[in-house]
Design a protein around this ligand. Structure first.
Ligand SMILES: Nc1ncnc2c1ncn2[C@@H]1O[C@H](COP(=O)(O)OP(=O)(O)O)[C@@H](O)[C@H]1O
Ligand SMILES: [Mg+2]
Length: 252
């Protein structure tokens, strides 16, 4: 059984905009999926449907055998979503308090909360910032804090919306390293980005969105041939042999 099963979902905003059209997708445990597509193609709306922030107008989403519609609370626990805009996700005054906030909502015991915060700070290289005011963090540190908050909640799936946006070069490398280590430790990851060059080397699958629909869902070396037509930048779009393994900014 798939960890996540999306069955024919569509999503329509009250103003009539059809943001998703008949999307179906299955994700197995431990997969690393990259989703790409031009601005406005429906990527963010899709992630918001996955964790129950939005409810599909039709179709259904099953996570771990449970329907999101029947149990949106469970869905929010199962799919941890890292927003594109870190500032809108940070709610705690300090770094530690921010991570604690999500755990308190899940009613995690105090002792367990402390352990999880320590581990999240360590994994995201934020130990030295534990008591710093969250709003005084740099852009890269804020991004790592939002990932820390989500990872600490131990979701089945971690979904990240454009996690490289507004980061400088070292910031991108740090987030990439975190993604690679999350993958290595067996996490299931859905990553939305238009920067395939940074991360595609680590993807098991590339899914391309166009106008609210999925137009490609395949191994990266196959799906990449459809990327340019979906408004996603690829080097030498006409080339037959894209070297997917070189599509990373990490050189180890
Ligand atoms: N709150 C909203 N009301 C109406 N339309 C929206 C709203 N949010 C997003 N949209 C529309 O839904 C479509 C998909 O948007 P989105 O998922 O944000 O695209 P992206 O692929 O860039 O993340 C776009 O046409 C966008 O204009
Ligand atoms: Mg978006």
């Amino acid at each position: 059984m798939s960890l996540l099963e999306v069955r024919n979902i569509s999503y329509r905003f009250p103003d009539g905009t059809f943001a998703l059209r008949n999307i179906s997708l299955q994700i197995s445990e431990g997969e690393f999926i990259v989703i790409s597509g031009r601005n406005g193609s429906g990527k963010t709306v899709f992630l918001r449907n996955l964790n129950g922030l939005y409810t599909p107008s039709s179709g259904e989403i099953i996570i771990n055998g449970v329907s999101v519609k029947d149990n949106p609370y469970k869905a929010r626990q199962s799919v941890g979503l890292v927003f594109q805009d870190a500032d809108s996700q940070i709610v705690g005054q300090t770094v530690s308090r921010d991570i604690a906030f999500g755990l308190e909502n899940l009613k995690i015991q105090k002792y367990e909360t402390k352990t999880r915060i320590r581990k999240a700070l360590e994994t995201m290289d934020l130990e030295d910032h534990a008591d710093q005011r969250a709003r005084t963090l740099s852009g890269g540190e804020k991004r790592r804090l939002t990932i820390a908050g989500v990872v600490a909640m131990n979701p089945s799936i971690i979904a990240l919306d454009e996690p490289f946006s507004n980061l400088d070069y070292p910031g991108v490398l740090q987030v990439l390293k975190i993604l690679v280590s999350l993958k290595k430790s067996g996490h299931t990851i859905i990553l939305v980005t238009h920067d395939l060059d940074k991360v595609l080397a680590y993807a098991d699958r590339l899914v391309l969105f166009e106008n609210g629909a999925i137009v490609a869902d395949d191994r990266p070396e196959l799906a990449i041939h459809s990327a340019a037509a979906c408004g996603v930048r690829v080097q030498n779009p006409g080339s037959k042999d894209h070297n997917i393994k070189e599509m990373t900014w990490l050189n180890d």
